[in-house]
Design a protein around this ligand. Sequence first.
Ligand code: F6P
Length: 456
Amino acid sequence: MLTNEPYYILSANLIGLAFIVVTTRGPFSYERSAGKETVRYNPGGVSTSLSHLMQKEGGTWICWGDGNNDKQHPDEISGNYRIIRVFINDRERRGFYDDYSNSTLWPLFHYFRERIKYPKSAFLMYRKVNHDFLEAVKKVYSPGDTIWIHDYQLTLLPAMIRSEIPDARIVFTWHIPWVSGEFFSSLPESEEIIKSLCTSNCITFHTELYVRNFLDSVSQITGESESVRGKVHSIPLGIDYSYYHRKSEALQRSPFHGDQKAIFSVDRMDYTKGLTSRVNAIETLLEEHPDLSGKFVYYMAVSPSRTHVREYRTFKSDLEMHIGRINGRFSTISWVPIMYMNKKLPESSLIGFYRFSHVALITPLFDGLNLVSKEFVASSRDGVLIISKFAGSASQLTGAIKVNPNSRAEMAQAIYTALNMEPEERRARLEQMKKDVSRHNSTWWIRRIKEVSRRG
Ligand code: F6P
């Protein structure tokens, strides 16, 4: 990964052209086992999209060095940009990542009230790790740079930067849903978090609803939101459309065998993704339409995620139990309805699945945006998209079939409709979405971010 091109990066920083991007997850990590080093690309749409962007834009990316061999690569050049890794120990990881980020903030911002935990010591560790990121920012910052912070793991960083670099230009992009003001204020640390975010020059979300909810939270906590209204924007993240289009067009052969129709989904293993409701909908579909036995296969790819967090492990066992039950109930000697793959698919297979699936079934219970839905649209030949109305991308994807993921009957009906949709209607819906997704692509997104950050 290490190349010999530091000159471009340094000069871009000196004249203030490049972003200093700060995220928890980096683009990739190094793992060492049995004496051999391998590169692990991180799952999650945010790191995938930002790596495409950073290759084009250049700049510096500060992220967590979470791989077991990352300490050998604390500061490196990857193609067109520089990566600086922040290291935290196991105790810090538990408090910052497993507990406060993913057992308090994550369930809170996805309306899973019963899963929220409030361990005070975890917040202290969260603050400490945010401070470690501040130290990394200070080492690379030059006057004129734009510091672009991402997501719920780093909410305290804007205020920390503001107090040490008062005139820094800070852009904060929030990638998950933002809940109503009343719900957000139930968080004991809500005031510290919202005040910190408001020290940014601008804050971007993926939908108008999240913007309204954020302003509502500011009003509830501080008594007014007028002073921040002008710096809060809805700018939905776009994908590198031509990349997916080009790669998928080059594929000649379908990865699927036989003449069964292929239903496909790809997600992180997460209780917010609606995976259990989805397999239950397959059960309802087969109960209501026994003639569909042997006519389709649901290819369900689920990449491991947050495996140190107990809730995630319990969720995985529960999901696998449902898949086993449904497959046991409906399989025949020559057919299994759900083909479950618990691994991160290599990109080439993923794009093949996107390209040749008849139906993409993307039905999270809540999701900040959902980039998979856009990648599918860019890559698909003539597939039908079924999307949850609680995914941030749903409002942009006008040609999709929208469903409420909490209704098994509605989901089963949507799958049935998609499997039986006439080719002309399939193509018309897909064409409409291709136009929208290619227009609002990653280049559009970065241009809009730059526009608002200049104004902020
Ligand atoms: O999109 C939300 C998000 O939490 C990102 O911040 C993150 O990179 C991604 O999902 C994957 O989650 P994690 O980094 O915990 O594996």
